[in-house]
Structure formats: structure tokens, C-alpha cells
Design a binder for this molecule. Structure first.
Ligand SMILES: Cc1cc2nc3c(=O)[nH]c(=O)nc-3n(C[C@H](O)[C@H](O)[C@H](O)COP(=O)(O)O)c2cc1C
Length: 133
């Protein structure tokens, strides 16, 4: 399993992760859920109406944190918006529960992929391990 697959699997198994953005000098953080691996890129999904989307537009540098059992994962990355209908369709097909909220061609759905990602797997019992993708 390569680095991006490991990170995707970890986030999916954790179920919930926390996405931090910045708004001026104020950090903002909120729970996020579903990630999607598509054509070698790791995507998250949100709505363009949300404050988080506006914050990413102003500053696409983010950090993600998730934990599982006694270990945790942090991923620092820059998010890139992807308007491709194909990736949005794939996202919703892989996660049918999202169809109650989004349609692949609606005006609100937004998918973004992680670029220049630095992911660190940590635990209380072993040295941190950093991977990049
Ligand atoms: C478990 C859980 C998972 C969530 N997953 C997502 C998600 O993947 N994408 C999303 O846009 N909102 C998700 N939300 C809702 C956001 O946390 C919520 O809309 C939040 O207010 C967005 O941040 P903002 O208010 O700064 O825009 C989730 C909420 C919970 C409780």
C-alpha cells in the first residue's frame, strides 16, 4: 500500500477527521467524514455555501487530524479545487449517503484534493512516521 492509500484507509477507518483552516489569524476546525481516492488523488467534499469553503478559497493551506485507538494521524496539505463532473460523480457513487445532500452537477458541491501533503502517523508507543504524497 502506498502513502496516499495508507492515509485514505486510515481516515476511512477513523470515520471522522477534523479539518483545520485559517481565517485571518484565527484557526477554524470542524469534523469532516468521507474521503475519496480517485485517479491517484485524495479528495474531500464540502459545500460552496459553507464558511469552510470560503476559508479554503482565501487560503488553501489546511491540516487534518484523525485518531484511532491509541494513535493519530496529522496531514498538512494545500487543497486544490476540482470542478470535474467525473470525480464528483465517482465520489457520490462511492458514498451514496451523500446523495441526500449533493448532486454531481448542483451549484453547491465542491470536491478538493490534497496537494503537497505531509502525513505523520503518531502513537504513544512508537516514533512518528512521516510520509508525503
Ligand atoms: C461526523 C461528521 C462528519 C462531517 N463530514 C463533513 C464533510 O465531509 N464535509 C462537510 O462539508 N461537512 C461535514 N460535516 C459537517 C461540518 O462539520 C459542518 O457543516 C461545519 O459547520 C462546516 O464548517 P464551517 O461551519 O466552518 O463551514 C460533518 C459533520 C460531522 C458531525
Amino acid at each position: 500500500m502506498n502513502a496516499i492509500e495508507r492515509v485514505c484507509k486510515y481516515l476511512q477507518e477513523a470515520g471522522t477527521y477534523y479539518l483545520a483552516t485559517v481565517e485571518g489569524d484565527q484557526p477554524r476546525v470542524r469534523p469532516f467524514g468521507v474521503v475519496h481516492l480517485y485517479e491517484g488523488r485524495l479528495y474531500l467534499i464540502t459545500g460552496k455555501v459553507k464558511a469552510v469553503s470560503h476559508q479554503i478559497a482565501a487560503n488553501p493551506k489546511v491540516e487534518i487530524c484523525a485518531c484511532k485507538g491509541g494513535d493519530w494521524l496529522r496531514v498538512a496539505a494545500t487543497l486544490v479545487n476540482d470542478d470535474s463532473l467525473a470525480v464528483k460523480t465517482s465520489y457520490l457513487e462511492a458514498n451514496p449517503g451523500l446523495k441526500a445532500m449533493y448532486k454531481a452537477d448542483d451549484d453547491n458541491i465542491q470536491v478538493l484534493y490534497l496537494k503537497d501533503a505531509v502525513a505523520t502517523f503518531s502513537s504513544f508507543s512508537a516514533a512518528p512516521e512521516t510520509v508525503t504524497f
